[in-house]
Every structure is written in C-alpha cells, then in structure tokens.
Write a protein of this length. Structure first.
Length: 195
C-alpha cells in the first residue's frame, strides 16, 4: 500500500507542477556593467519581425509594447535616435512530450490486512502528455560596445487560454521577466527584490 500511495502522490505532484502558475524565469547580467549609466533604450532593427524581416508580427508588436511599458515604468525613456541600450527579443514554441514511468504495485493492502493480497506485478500505466512549450527571451545590449548586459527568459506551457487571449499572455510573460529585473533608470544599485 505504501508503494501505491507513494506512486499516486508522485503523479499528483507532477500534475500540480505542470499546472503551476506562471513560467519559469531565468535572468543573467554582466557583473561588470554599471546599470546606472543607462537612461534610454530602443529596439534592435529585427526585433519582432517575421523571419524574412519584411514586417512586424502581431506577437512582436505585443512584446514590444509590453517591454516598452515595463521599461518606462522603471524610468527609462524610449529614444530611437540615441539610446543607451538596445532591446532584442525572441519568441519561440516547441512541441514537447512528458512521459511518466509505469508504477508496479503488489503485496498486501493495509485496510484489509491479512485478508487480501494484491495481484503481484499489477502495473499502473504511465502516461504521455504532449504540449507546446513557449520561450520568450529578452536581451539588453549596450549600444556603444555592442555587448549584452542583461538577459531574461520565460519558459512555460502554452495553454488554450493563452492562445485565446494573446495580449494578456504576452503581458504576463513580459511582467514575469521584469519582476526579476532589479534596476531603474540612472541608478547603479539594484532594487530590493519584491516580497
């Protein structure tokens, strides 16, 4: 019975982890960068454009709008002529399959101790879950040195509700990345993390 309960608990934990709110967010910064010298930004030429680069995609425009709002809320100014840093971003999706191993159950069941023996070798089948994984990357590049100074990535499942409401989904993904961006315009010291 312990094996069975442990197996069920493991499956439930895996299911809850898959349903966890929000994407996984990763960030990295150049430790030698003085973020206090940055006050303005602009987007790189190809950011948010289709692969052939001829036009801006709807998702690209949504990301650009959300990033602009997030940066302006931190005191940065959009300056397309002479920015301190450039913003690049990429949105990608990939089809994934998550599999669980089958669980073998056998032995006595505790609630009928001594009266009932489970079928030896009984197998609870595993499962395969196919889903779409989305990854949003946002990069900041020093305009003068052409070196990356900060990057943030959000990785998570793309759900039907996200596809039905892309504006809200993109704003949420961008916000989750900027929740881990600790700087404001003109200030070298990072802000204290939000509690």
């Amino acid at each position: 019975m312990k094996i069975f309960k442990t197996a069920i608990a493991g499956v439930l934990v895996a299911m809850l982890a898959a349903c966890a709110t929000g994407p996984r967010v990763y960030t990295d910064a150049d430790p030698a960068t003085d973020f206090g010298r940055y006050q303005s930004f602009a987007f790189m030429e190809g950011a948010g454009k289709a692969e052939d680069g001829d036009y801006k995609t709807l998702s690209g425009q949504r990301i650009e709008d959300a990033v602009t709002s997030a940066l302006q809320a931190r005191g940065y100014q959009l300056d397309i002529h002479n920015p301190d840093f450039l913003v690049n971003f990429n949105l990608a999706t990939e089809e994934k399959i998550q599999r669980s191993a089958p669980v073998y159950v056998g032995g006595r069941h505790g609630y009928r101790n001594g009266m009932y023996v489970g079928w030896p070798g009984y197998v609870q089948p595993g499962y395969a879950d196919s889903y779409t994984q989305g990854t949003l990357n946002i990069d900041f590049v020093d305009r003068e040195t052409n070196q990356m100074i900060w990057e943030g990535s959000a990785v998570g499942r793309v759900t039907t509700s996200m596809r039905d409401a892309p504006n809200a989904a993109i704003r949420s993904a961008v916000a989750s990345i900027f929740n881990k961006y600790p700087y404001v315009a003109g200030r070298s010291a990072p802000m204290a993390p939000a509690q």
